[in-house]
Design a binder for this molecule. Structure first.
Ligand SMILES: *Cc1c(COP(=O)(O)O)cnc(C)c1O
Length: 378
């Protein structure tokens, strides 16, 4: 019996336990400790992000973004339908009405032409999701936002170390959110980060992060006592989480190199196998880079995909579909509308993710490709 090939396997890069021990030995393991600061500084230095705050998840970072943008009842927020539920939920929690935009026909990323049709005088923000770490059309989106006085939040959960026309993703919108969930490239189990690119949000972001208090300013000696000054919540991760994350960040180049090599192994083999376009392979637009977050196939129909999933499972290979269009979710249709978004529906039905993780071997990638080659698509 062949070994089970999972979709994902969390990778330990080496120093995780050592740094957790160091955090414990330091005597402070609550939030905003030594490793939290090291991680934040790493991102600020490497990518030039103005200000970074670690959070317990990307979901939390998005919730912070919604508070910072002062989203309230009556505001509209444009979100892709083909995304994780948190991209929308964070704004629903503040009372926003979500307006779902469709994907491009060739990629799950937002269709800019559709966004243009959805903007109204109530639109307060656009949430862009860089699907599979591939950049959305940021020049067009930022220009639209500027023209209409709208904020842009990058859901960069999948987009670490990826670029758009040479600019790092997460550094383009007014705010951005990253995830270090175990399914992403760089992980800490659960974990996330808010990036503040627009200066006007810098001061308030720390307050919201620290439960609505000005504790950060107090520790810097800027105020002589700290208290309740705004709304907020407990968004800081423990420093032990940051210690784990820092060990991963030290190995970022190695992790990215390995993932890209695996991605290219898939692409080289499947490109040759399926030059007759029986199904389609992932697209990387020319202004975007590939951070090898994900390798996927696009089947012809949900039925074909179901057959392929079962066929691969019988060969001990775990291939998994991805998002269910949020505009068709029971929560949304019950409260709002039942619009049709054809491209989002297409990716919901046809996209299939293949195993991709640091420790997958070349032989295992070949096994997956051999299996796909043997599948009858008709
Ligand atoms: C993973 C993911 C999230 C959620 O990240 P958490 O850290 O689990 O909250 C949000 N949006 C997108 C696009 C994701 O891929």
């Amino acid at each position: 019996m062949k070994k089970w090939i999972p979709l994902n396997k969390p990778y330990q890069s080496g120093n995780e336990l050592k740094y957790i021990q160091e955090a414990i030995a330091s005597g402070t393991i609550s939030g905003n400790g030594i490793f939290t600061k090291k991680c934040q500084r790493y991102f600020e230095k490497r990518y030039g992000f103005k200000k970074c705050l670690l959070t317990t998840s990307c979901t939390d970072a998005l919730e912070m973004a919604a508070i910072l943008l002062d989203i309230r009842q009556g505001d509209e927020v444009i979100v892709p339908s083909y995304t994780f539920v948190s991209s929308a939920n964070a704004f629903v929690l503040r009372g926003a009405r979500i307006v779902f935009a469709d994907s491009r026909s060739d990629h799950p990323n937002l269709d800019v032409e559709h966004i243009k049709k959805l903007i109204t005088s109530k639109t307060k923000a656009i949430v862009v999701v860089h699907y599979a770490g591939v950049a959305c059309a940021m020049d067009e989106i930022m220009a639209l936002a500027e023209e209409h006085g709208i904020y842009v939040v990058e859901d960069a959960a999948q987009a670490i170390d990826s670029y758009y026309k040479g600019k790092p993703l997460g550094g383009i919108g007014h705010l951005a959110a990253f995830s270090f969930h175990e399914t992403k490239n760089i992980i800490s189990g659960e974990g996330g980060m808010l990036v503040i690119n627009d200066e006007q949000f810098k001061e308030r972001s720390e307050i919201i992060w620290e439960k609505g208090t000005n504790r950060s300013a107090f520790y810097r000696g800027e105020v002589d006592k700290y208290g309740w000054v705004d709304i907020g919540s407990s968004f800081l991760p423990s420093d032990m989480i940051a210690a784990y994350l820092y060990a991963q960040l030290e190995q970022l180049d190695d992790i990215q190199k390995r993932r890209l090599a695996i991605w290219n192994m898939y692409n080289d083999r499947l490109k040759d196998l399926f030059s007759d376009q029986k199904f389609r392979l992932p697209k990387i637009h020319k202004e975007a880079t590939n951070n090898a977050h994900m390798y996927y196939l696009l089947c012809d129909s949900i039925g074909q995909r179901e057959r392929l999933i079962k066929y691969l499972k019988d060969k001990n290979i775990h291939a998994v579909f991805h998002y269910l269009s949020l505009h068709e979710s029971s929560y949304y249709t019950k409260n709002y509308s039942d619009d049709e978004l054809v491209n989002s529906a297409y990716f919901t039905n046809c996209l299939l993710r293949l195993p991709l993780y640091y420790e997958i071997t070349e032989q295992e990638v070949n096994e997956v490709c051999d299996a796909i080659a043997g599948f009858s698509f008709s």
